[in-house]
Design a binder for this molecule. Structure first.
Ligand code: HEM
Length: 525
């Protein structure tokens, strides 16, 4: 018998007992008993006194039994409720006890917070907040319970973690490569690649970053790509104009992917491009999903997509190596070539796995966020006609001032897009496409009077900095004018991170978005 049925039965007994105690006259069987007694007296067929006493005894016995059952019921109920409360309290504290007791005395100087439930930690409240209309309720819950310390303990993505949420704490973590290393969840590393920037040593990262970052950023690189980006934007907008209705983000992703492919692989054929882009869409869904490796789940699909991406990129690497072996000069002087040729101090070249993981990472980081931010900037401009008009007027002014011989945009003109730059900065702030980045403490670190224990993850929560009303009044409002004469203080604006891992594609991303918005504002009706 289930406990629900048992409870129902017991409560039915209680109910009937209560009724019989208080209102015997309403009970039909007792009334009919009395009537029978009366009737028997009237007809002279009197029952003997012994029989009456027997009946009375029986009734008293029944009532006593009902009282006992009632007492038992309350006892069981109280025990069950006490048991549940104890179990709840125990489970709620279990994760904390388990991970904190291992720290010895350090546990007493941990930041405030709680490690949530066993196994899932604080993930349930995190997911619930991010599925609601108020994602910031997750961090504001900590602020509300523990004060504005800017540093909290929690259990996130399968690890005991410290979340840092204020400019000073975020910056300190990002700038300190001595005490913090990348600490992305294992599931993310599986998808992006163990030999990508998030999985390699400090020295290796420094070396590979030097080789790869310069060709995607800086004045020289950007002037090389500007023409290609502009051409691609114009032809894409032309294509869209006859497409009827389509999914905006999907098409924008294709556009930004085409650009990053050009930089890294000098645009392989259309087929490879489409196949790669399709797989990247699946990979990205998986990066944002729960790491459940079971058919039907996004993470499982993403792992499969990664396998396909690796196979496609492997075929490109093979082709290039073959060409290099046969001394066939390739006109393709792209990032792939740079990666194939680079040697370290001891003359060691990168192996296929290293090259492919770097490509998987760059091609992904290089199109996904730019596509999203372009979409949101367009949406925000459409939602706010006054900002749209102002941004459009600026672009028209640029065209008016252009020498008649000049064809297309120049970098100088892009730098003059002062208002548009504010539109993009504000979009990056409001959207928070990179809401958090992950680090791990290499040693015990003291911060704001608390200890971050060695081996714990550190989540640098950019989103809470960008939505802090003390830094950005009315933070949910999209208002490019808040950037008028405003230079953000250190650590208060981190859409591209900070320190040695600052996004190497920040200028490229802003260039792509500016060029798209330039043509969109001028020609959109
Ligand atoms: C709006 C667009 C973009 C945003 C918001 C963005 C944001 C970020 C952020 C916050 C980080 C720091 C991660 C950390 O500290 O762990 C990062 C890293 C990175 N981004 Fe971007 N990014 C964008 C576009 C791009 C583009 C276009 C590229 C390609 C050229 C790119 C390539 C990378 C790479 C390779 C890293 C890893 C850097 C490292 O670990 O040294 N991103 N990005």
């Amino acid at each position: 018998m289930s406990w629900r049925v048992m409870l129902w039965r017991v409560s039915w007994k209680v109910m009937s007992w209560k009724v019989s105690e208080r209102m015997p006259e309403r009970e039909p069987w007792r009334v009919s008993e009395r009537m029978l007694e009366q009737k028997a007296g009237d007809t002279g067929e009197k029952e003997t006194g012994v029989e009456n006493r027997e009946k009375q005894r029986k009734r008293m016995k029944q009532e006593k039994q009902a009282q006992m059952e009632m007492g038992f019921f309350w006892l069981v109920l109280a025990a069950m409720m006490g048991g549940f409360a104890a179990l709840y309290g125990l489970l709620k504290k279990a994760n904390g006890w388990f991970y904190e007791s291992r720290l010895g005395d350090k546990q007493y100087s941990l930041p405030p917070g709680d490690l949530g439930w066993p196994l899932i930690g604080n993930m349930w409240s995190f997911l619930r907040a991010f599925k609601s209309t108020d994602p910031d309720s997750f961090i504001s819950g900590f602020v509300h319970r523990y004060g504005r310390t800017g540093i909290y303990k929690a259990f996130m993505f399968g690890s005991p973690s410290i979340m840092v949420t204020l400019p000073e704490t975020c910056r300190r973590v990002l700038m300190d490569d001595e005490q913090f290393v990348p600490g992305w969840p294992k599931a993310t590393c599986e998808l992006i690649g163990k030999k990508s920037f998030i999985g390699i040593s400090y020295e290796e990262h420094k070396r590979l970053r030097r080789i790869t970052a310069a060709p995607v950023n800086g004045h020289e690189a950007l002037s090389i790509y500007l023409g290609y980006i502009e051409e691609t934007v114009i032809s894409t907008l032309d294509k869209w104009s006859v497409m009827g209705s389509f999914e905006f983000l999907t098409e924008l992703r294709k556009l930004t992917f085409r650009i990053i492919m050009y930089i890294f692989l000098s645009s392989e054929g259309e087929e490879i491009m489409e196949a790669l882009e399709r797989e990247y869409t699946a990979l990205n869904y998986g990066i944002r999903a729960m790491a459940i490796n079971f058919p039907g789940f996004a993470y499982h699909k993403a792992l499969k997509a990664r396998k396909k991406l690796v196979a496609i990129l492997q075929s490109v690497v093979d082709q290039r190596r073959e060409m290099m072996k046969n001394n066939k000069s390739t006109t393709k002087k792209d990032m792939m070539n740079a990666l194939l040729e680079v040697e370290d101090e001891s003359g060691r070249k990168l192996d296929d796995e290293e090259i492919i993981d770097i490509l998987v990472m760059y091609l992904n980081a290089g199109h996904e966020s730019s596509g999203h931010i372009t979409m949101w900037a367009t949406v925000f401009l459409q939602e706010h006609p006054e900002f749209f008009r102002k941004a459009k007027a600026e672009q028209e002014e640029i065209i008016r001032n252009r020498p008649p011989t000049q064809k297309g945009l120049s970098l100088k003109e892009v730098k003059q897009m002062d208002y548009l730059s504010k539109v993009i900065d504000e979009t990056l702030r409001v959207v928070n496409i990179s809401l958090v980045v992950f680090r791990e403490a290499k040693t015990d670190v003291n911060m704001s009077g608390y200890t971050i224990p060695k081996g714990w993850k550190v989540l640098v929560w950019f989103r809470s900095v960008h939505t802090d009303p003390e830094i950005y009044p009315d933070p949910k409002e999209f208002n490019p004018s808040r950037w008028d004469d405003h230079t953000p203080k250190a650590g208060t604006y981190l859409p591209f991170g900070a320190g040695s891992r600052t996004c190497p594609g920040n200028d490229l991303a802003k260039l792509e978005i500016s060029i798209f918005l330039h043509y969109f504002l001028l020609n959109y009706q």
